[in-house]
Design a protein around this ligand. Structure first.
Ligand code: MG
Length: 390
């Protein structure tokens, strides 16, 4: 057996990072940790350093980085976005991108530019700048391997099939904690209720995105970029059991589905071993105990965020970056109880109305400018909503 392969984990204290380190723990003969990056949870990061002995770590928040240094962690401590980029550029078998939101974009590009293969869980950079990311990866001859469960499923179903044979991709959505509720029933829901996902254990941001169905909208754009397909070739179907993660429909009507457990270790493990497969599973799926699988159409009236994401996908240019930035601000404001659950979609819609320009190109500069502008505008809209309620 060869030496364990070095893995760098960006967002190591989050749900994806912790699941990745679980895999390293389960497969120590296959993988070891080269580097870790976290936003600011240095207590958790210090425990990971003690267990996995990385060569270096990066902490996005500079004050937290200083505090970690004063704890004498026994490894190099980098800080800020540049520190995360420096870390992402160090040679690794995989750079696992599990940061939250747009903050993951620069480190992702740094990893690709350095020739590292990326295992991508952090979908927001793909929504903002997917074309740029895929072009950089192609230029460097490296892969962006999806960790998002639906995209990992589609990636596996598509393997070996030419694009011309694909009629449509189907993304499944659990429907989130509010599946089956009408718009009227969603006025009063709390952040804690929105973050309680029925089938997946995930971070707060993505759990709220799942509750609004924005997550599925972001995933449509992510799939367009990853697989180079137009919007009309990607469909969403509600599947509350979250057992079928994605389906490919071919031109002749045949469909291939991917089934698996609801555990992110599954797609992470595949992204770490690809094109090989692990010799043993993390968990196995017991279909008989699942019983039945059901499917239904999404309710765009109760969940307008999905429609907004489709609009951003159709408008193209910087519209997906505006959508993403507005959503990040709106979700954060909802979690702080500054706006209500239904106002998340209002903030996103109003930000898009004020910020999306039909003539913006998709240079990195234009995307970053649109991101900054949309964040500022969304914050203004949140304050306007708060003032109205006083
Ligand atoms: Mg997903």
């Amino acid at each position: 057996m060869s030496d364990p392969l070095p893995i760098s984990v960006l967002g190591s204290t989050g749900a994806i990072g912790r699941a990745t380190l679980d895999i390293v723990r389960l497969f120590p003969e296959r993988f070891r940790v080269r580097a870790l990056a976290a936003r600011r949870d240095i207590d958790h990061l210090a425990r990971q350093i003690a267990e996995f002995s990385p060569e270096a770590v990066a902490v996005l928040d500079p004050d937290a980085a200083d505090r970690l240094r004063s704890m004498n962690p026994g490894c190099e401590v980098l800080e800020g976005e540049s520190g995360c980029c420096d870390l992402a550029a160090r040679p690794a078998h995989r750079v696992v991108c599990g940061m939250v939101g747009a903050s993951g974009l620069a480190p992702l590009l740094a990893a690709l530019d350095a020739g590292n293969t990326v295992a991508l869980a952090n979908k927001e950079p793909m929504v903002m700048a997917g074309q740029i990311i895929m072009r950089r990866a192609a230029d460097r001859g490296v892969s962006v391997l999806p960790v998002d469960s639906e995209h990992s499923a589609l990636f596996q179903c598509l393997a070996g099939h030419p694009p011309s044979h694909v009629r449509r991709l189907w993304l499944t959505a659990s429907g989130g904690p509010f599946y089956g509720k009408s718009r009227a029933q969603l006025h009063q829901v709390s952040p804690a209720e929105a973050a309680r996902h029925p089938t997946w254990k995930m971070g707060v941001k993505i759990s709220v995105d799942s509750a609004t169905l924005m997550n599925k909208g972001l995933e449509i754009i992510e799939a367009m970029r990853l697989f180079g397909l137009p919007r009309n070739k990607i469909e969403v179907v509600i599947h509350p059991q979250s057992i079928v993660h994605g389906l490919v429909e071919f031109t002749d009507g045949n469909m291939l589905a991917h089934l698996g457990v609801t555990d992110m270790k599954q797609p992470i493990l595949y992204a770490l071993t690809w094109p090989d497969r692990s010799e043993r599973p993390v968990k196995t799926l017991d279909l008989a105990s699942v019983g039945s699988l059901t499917f239904s159409r999404p309710d765009l009236d109760a969940f307008p965020c999905l429609a907004l994401a489709l609009e951003a996908a159709d408008r193209g240019g910087t519209a997906p970056a505006v959508l993403n930035a507005a959503n990040e601000v709106a979700v954060e404001s909802f979690c702080r109880e500054h706006i209500s659950f239904l106002e998340i979609a209002d903030v996103v819609a109003e930000t898009m109305a004020r910020c999306v320009s039909p003539h913006d190109g998709i240079s990195l500069e234009a995307i970053l400018a649109a991101d900054t502008d949309a964040r500022r505008t969304a914050e203004t809209i949140v304050r306007e909503l708060e003032r109205k309620k006083r």
